[in-house]
Design a protein around this ligand. Structure first.
Ligand code: 1CP
Length: 350
């Protein structure tokens, strides 16, 4: 059953219209990583917060940086400020964020290492994020929707096994081949934790949920079925039974060729498409009733100018009349001049 066939709250929020089979004209817009280092006001709060995790776990500060891009640009949706690595941290893995170098974790690479993780301890940390969501319900403009999120189990597992970001996700892929039983236990644990984490966000007021699977594209197709599709389907089923009104968006980055299968077997209401996904594929999917988000190249926001305008126009033109949300194909990069984001929003709405 698609979302618009289920009972949904009537609402004027533009972001939610495509999920009720209504194409917005102009399309609703928000951008992945719309809060972050490209904004001077973010860098200010980030410096004062101490560590990146302190920022994520302090509701007042996390709510403030969530609101910053809404004040500047009036996006149709705000995304909760947090990180996908909050889940392993809450499970007991040591996680830190090194300025300019990204995340570092004490790697977990075997069945024995799993004993360092404990689901029962995670709720205290999750509760701080849920408090941020509640606070945002009070502070956001009435027309702005709030999106909650988590990392998909596969992508979170790649960071847990590697201990950092990587280009090939080799530590997780090797573990999954060497010992699929113990790797499966990690995926099961992350699936359970993600369900609790997302369900709490929806209960606290998140109006849509996005599952970020940034490294979905690194798997062979049988491994994709097992480590991407199966856990995502489990999360979608469980969240839907608890929160039938809340649309769920999947972002299986780098997996355009498997997108139709992903949609069919996970049951997501929408997909975020990466920059390399052809507009023709996005049209096909949207015509079949799945909401499509995407897929402007974040680098066009760095350069700006006519190249940006031209591509924005082409995307909007291709998706006219279809259930579509304008977004990037991946997150805003720190070098982005804030005025180019203003130019984009103005272009969409003019
Ligand atoms: O120093 C800083 O301020 C850190 C930069 C930063 C920010 C702004 C990190 C570290 N995380 C975030 C916030 C964040 N991360 C949000 C909320 C803000 C928003 O979107 O406006 C979200 C949704 C994420 C999701 C996230 N974190 C993903 C999935 C999306 C994607 O980018 O592919 C991933 C893979 C992460 C891990 C992560 N966190 C931070 C970095 C630099 C990384 C990537 C590490 C790597 O692979 O090298």
């Amino acid at each position: 059953m698609s979302l618009h066939e289920r009972t949904v709250k009537t609402t004027a929020k533009r972001f939610l219209l495509p999920f009720k089979s209504k194409a917005g004209s102009p399309p609703p817009v928000w951008l992945m990583r719309q809060a972050g280092r490209y904004l001077p006001e973010y860098r200010q709060v980030r410096t004062n917060a101490g560590s990146f995790l302190d920022l994520c776990y302090t509701p007042k500060l996390a709510a403030e940086v969530t609101l910053q891009p809404i004040r500047r640009y009036g996006f149709d949706a705000a995304i909760l400020f947090s990180d996908i690595l909050v889940v392993p941290e809450a499970l007991g893995q040591k996680v830190s964020f090194i300025e300019g170098a990204g995340p570092r974790l004490d790697p977990i690479r075997s069945g024995e290492d799993l004993s360092r993780l404990d689901l029962s301890s995670s709720n205290d940390k999750f509760a701080r994020v849920w408090d941020t969501v509640s606070m945002l319900g009070q502070k956001l403009p009435s027309e702005t929707a709030l999106i909650g999120f988590c990392g998909a189990p596969w992508t979170v597992a790649t960071y847990m096994a590697e201990g950092r970001g990587s280009t090939d996700q080799a530590a997780a892929r090797n573990w999954a081949y060497r010992d699929p039983v113990s790797f499966g236990k990690l995926i099961d644990l992350l699936t359970e934790a993600s369900i609790a984490y997302l369900s709490g966000q929806a209960s606290a007021g998140a109006e849509a949920l996005q599952i970020f699977d940034s490294w979905a594209g690194s798997l062979a197709d049988d491994e994709f079925d097992r480590w991407v599709i199966a856990p995502t389907a489990q999360i979608v089923n469980e969240i839907r039974s608890q929160h039938p009104d809340v649309p769920i968006i999947g972002f299986p980055r780098g997996a355009s060729a498997s997108l139709a299968k992903y949609i069919e077997l996970t049951g997501v209401d929408g997909v975020s498409c990466d920059t390399a996904c052809p507009l023709s594929t996005m049209q096909t999917i949207a015509r079949m009733g799945t909401v499509v988000q995407g897929n402007l190249d974040p680098l066009l926001l760095v350069g700006g100018g006519e190249a940006l305008d031209k591509r924005v126009d082409a995307i909007i033109d291709a998706m006219k009349g279809l259930p579509f949300v304008l977004n990037l194909g991946h997150g805003i990069v720190p070098e982005t001049p804030p005025e180019n984001v203003a130019r984009l929003v103005q272009r969409i709405r003019s």
